[in-house]
Each structure stands twice: as C-alpha cells, then as structure tokens.
Design a protein around this ligand. Structure first.
Ligand SMILES: [Zn+2]
Ligand SMILES: [Zn+2]
Length: 499
C-alpha cells in the first residue's frame, strides 16, 4: 500500500513540489492506480474508490491537482487498461470480499425474500421497508448487519456485500446448527459485520486448520462453539486466530485482518488471566481451549512480524536477573498455568475438552528404540572439559527427552495426524528450567539440541501458522553457534533444508 491514503495529502504534497524537479513523494502510477482485470476497474488507492472510464485525467486534475505534465505518466499508464462503465461492473464473489483498497463500511442488508437492498444507515432501511415492502419492518428479523463496499462513489455508488465463505463447503462434521450458533453469538457479543464474517469463517474452515486430528477437530467445532457462547475471552481468542488465518488466506486483505486479530487478542488476554486465577469446573474447559489458541496466535504473529525468538526465548528482555528471559505466553501457560489448573485437571480430563488435555501428555513408551538417538546426542559433548558437570547433566536430560521424541516420531511416521500440540508436548513442554537458562545464554549444547528438534518440527511445516519456521530457526542457530560446532548440526540442517 502506498503511504498516501487520502486525496488531501496527495494534493498538499503535489502543491508544495518544486516546478521542475519530479516530485518523489508522488506514488508511482501503478501504486496510485490499481487495475483489477476481472472487474475491469481502476482504483485510485489514495481516494479508495474506482475511477470511471475516461475520467482519469479529470480525477488527477480536479482531486489531486496535478499539472498537465505531472498527469502524463498516470494517464499513459491508465490508457493500458480497458475499463467498464460502473453499471456493467459485476460485484466480487464471496471469496474476494472484502476487496483491497476500498473502505469497508458497516451497513445493513434487507432480508425480504428476493430483495437485495443494501444501505449504510439504519434510517435508509427504515425508509426502504415501507416504500418497497409496504410495512414498517421489524429490526429483529427484517434486516441484518452486513459489511459493505462499493467500487464507485457519487451517482454510481452501489454497495455489495458477501454471503459468507460459501465457497468453503461445510465438511461432513460441520456443526449442524452453525448458522444458529453464529446468530446467537453475533447477538450476545454484539459482533459487528466483519467479526460475524470471521466467525462464519471459523465454522466453515479455520477450526479445521487448528488441528489435524479427528478427535480434536470435533472439539474445536462442537465443544468450543458451546464454550465460547458463555466465555467472552474464548470468543475473542477464536476471532483473533481466525483473523490471522484469514490474513494468511487472503493476503490482499492482510492489514485489515491482522489489525482485527490484535484487537481481539488485547480484549481476550486480561479476561483470560482473570479466569486463570480462579479456575472452576465451569471455566476450566474454556481455559484449556484458550491455551491452545495462544499457541496459534503466538506462532502466527511471530511469523508475521519476523521475530526471531529462537522459538522459546524472547531476547529482548532486560531487567532483574530472576526475570532474565521471558517465555512466550503459550509456553509460560503450559509450564505455570497448567499447575494453576491442578485442582480442576481431573475435571478437564473427564470433560468435553479432554482431547485437548491429552495432547500435552502423550505417553512415550519407546523402550530401547531411543538409545541410538541418545548415543548420537551424547557424542556432541566435548572431551576437553569445557562444559561443567552441571551443564552436562542438564544437557543429558534434554538429550534424553529429545531421544524419546525422535523414537516416538519414528514409530509414528505412518500416522499423519501428529498435531502441533503433540510436537510441542514432546520436548519443549518437558524440559527443565535449567535447560531454558542454557538456551538463553546461547550455550552450544542447548543450541545443538534445539537444532535437532527442528527436524521434528518440520512435521508441522504445513500448518499455516508454522510455515518456514524450522528452516529459519536452524539458520539463526547456525549463526549463533561457533563454527567448531557446525559439524554437530550439519545432518539436522541437511534434513531440514532438504539437501
Ligand atoms: Zn484519487
Ligand atoms: Zn428490501
């Protein structure tokens, strides 16, 4: 997106330009004017609406006050494109809504059978009903909130909206009363039109993307829907993660959805922390479900802002020594929050969300099959005595857990349904605090094991919120490690980078 957003700012920039020098602040023609061949329209990204055919020069002159000379590159560029008259432009299909560069407005849609009327104000709807349908109309069922956009403004303004993500066919497991459920939540949480759209997306698609296991898929669909209707923090957590999922699927609308995601997460977190301090049989399942969403949110946003936290440790923390590193929220929850759920843990294990609790606690019965892995990891300990006894002991524990994980994954290779949470549960969740201390100080032993753990994490790579992470992580580990250790991680790197 160009930096210039309104006609005014573009105008003032061009007004202050020196007469001869080309104005560097002006967006280039392709930045200012976006062509959409499917609709045959040209959108002015500064004004955020489409320009009528034959109207480009006039638009640049009247709205942006560009001189003849300045206009030339833009008109030349625009002359490449065939443009349709406003009345001939068709509305975008559901999967292209909302269109990028156009503002999204909250509006209303008439629900009378066969009537497609859309408007931006309730007053207009109140006039529409008597004039078109002969009665006053009942606000509770005769119209409904709808997200609106329009290509053109002025006389050619014509709103369009979406029927929701219909292109995503509900799966066989789909909630039988999804629309009733959406309606209820929309009402009780006063969701606006975009949030309602996202909630629909959750029920048709996003819930499946949080899990690969059938068992947990059902939980995300049925149980979580139920829980979210009585726990506000959970609905905001769901909307935050769904917004990130949509940002991933619809990159042109990324900004809009990412902003929504942060807003929902900011609302959810204080509520979640409050509930976590007082776990009860009523809220414990919702807390468990939210903890899962924390993982999705943390991973997806970390990918989004290109943070490099070596997966487990945020580097930026400075402060008192006892707080010298900060675990990511999700990991902090598993290590500390789970203890807070101690009194209600049995309740969770017997309850509707038990499949979620199980995933953290896989039984690893790998027997002797771990030995070759453990032997390999133990060979990395240098013989020159440069690692203290204490460090070696912490390293051995970490290596032993990782060897279990490798043996387990090997036995599971034919099963494609190992979930994100299983994989996190295999190692990061089981490690001692001392091991995290070693990662924090970039101890070579800890980094070597972390590099090998990337091989296991590669199994999660197809997850939308995880993509590319193992390769990036191993690259930063390679940077952090002195070259003398590189032979210890070479095989791991080869497996991850596929060479
Ligand atoms: Zn404009
Ligand atoms: Zn109507």
């Amino acid at each position: 997106m160009p930096a210039v957003r309104s006609g005014d700012s573009l105008q003032s920039r061009s007004a202050t330009r020196s007469k001869d020098a080309p104005n560097k602040n002006l967006p280039s023609p392709p930045e200012l004017l976006k062509y959409f061949p499917i609709y045959e329209i040209l959108i002015c990204t500064a004004c955020r609406h489409a320009i009528k055919p034959g109207g480009v020069a006039r638009h640049l002159k009247d709205i942006h006050r560009l001189q003849n000379e300045q206009r030339r590159p833009y008109t030349l560029y625009a002359s490449n494109f065939a443009l349709k008259a406003p009345e001939d432009v068709s509305s975008p299909p559901d999967n292209e809504f909302p269109m990028p560069y156009l503002p999204l407005e909250q509006g209303w849609r008439c629900r009378a059978p066969g009537c497609d009327y859309l408007c931006a104000s309730i007053k207009r709807m109140e006039t529409h009903w008597p004039s078109k349908h002969g009665s006053k109309g009942n606000p509770s069922h005769d119209w409904t909130p709808a997200p609106l956009q329009t290509f053109f403004r002025g006389n050619s303004l014509r709103y369009f909206t979406t029927d929701g993500p219909n292109q995503l066919k509900p799966s066989s497991q789909s909630l039988p009363n999804a629309s009733g459920c959406i309606q209820k939540m929309r009402h009780s949480y006063r969701l606006d039109a975009v949030d309602s759209l996202m909630l629909e997306h959750y029920f048709y698609s996003s819930y499946k993307s949080f899990s690969k296991r059938n068992q947990t898929e059902k939980v995300w669909l049925n149980v979580v829907a139920d829980l979210a209707s009585c726990h506000q923090f959970l609905i905001h957590g769901i909307l935050a993660c769904t917004a990130l999922h949509m940002a991933h699927i619809y990159p042109l609308q990324r900004e809009l959805y990412v902003l929504r995601a942060y807003t929902h997460q900011d609302t959810a977190l204080p509520l979640f922390r409050g509930e976590l301090e007082h776990p009860t049989p009523q809220n414990c399942d919702a807390i468990m479900a939210f903890a899962y969403l924390l993982v999705v949110f943390s991973f997806a946003t970390e990918l989004d802002n290109g943070q490099n936290s070596l997966l487990l440790i945020n580097d930026t923390a400075d402060g008192p020594k006892e707080n010298k590193f900060i675990l990511p929220q999700w990991l902090h929850f598993i290590r500390v929050g789970c203890e807070m759920l101690d009194q209600v843990w049995e309740q969770i294990e017997r309850g509707p969300a038990s499949a979620l609790a199980d995933a953290w606690e896989i039984e690893l019965d790998v027997g002797d099959s771990k030995i070759p892995y453990l032997e390999k990891f133990m060979c990395f300990i240098p013989e020159d005595g440069s690692w203290s006894e204490k460090v070696i002991s912490v390293y051995r524990d970490g290596a032993s857990i990782l060897a279990d994980a490798f043996a387990y994954m090997k036995s599971e290779t034919i099963k494609p349904d190992v979930s994100t949470w299983n994989i996190l549960g295999l190692w990061c969740v089981r490690l001692d605090n001392e091991f995290y201390d070693l990662i924090f100080v970039r101890h070579p032993g800890a980094l070597i094991l972390l590099a090998w753990y990337c091989v296991i994490m590669k199994r999660m790579e197809l997850c939308w919120y995880f993509g590319g992470r193992p390769a990036r992580l191993i690259a930063s580990i390679t940077d952090a490690l002195d070259t003398r250790w590189h032979p210890c991680i070479k095989d791991a790197a080869d497996q991850i980078l596929g060479s």
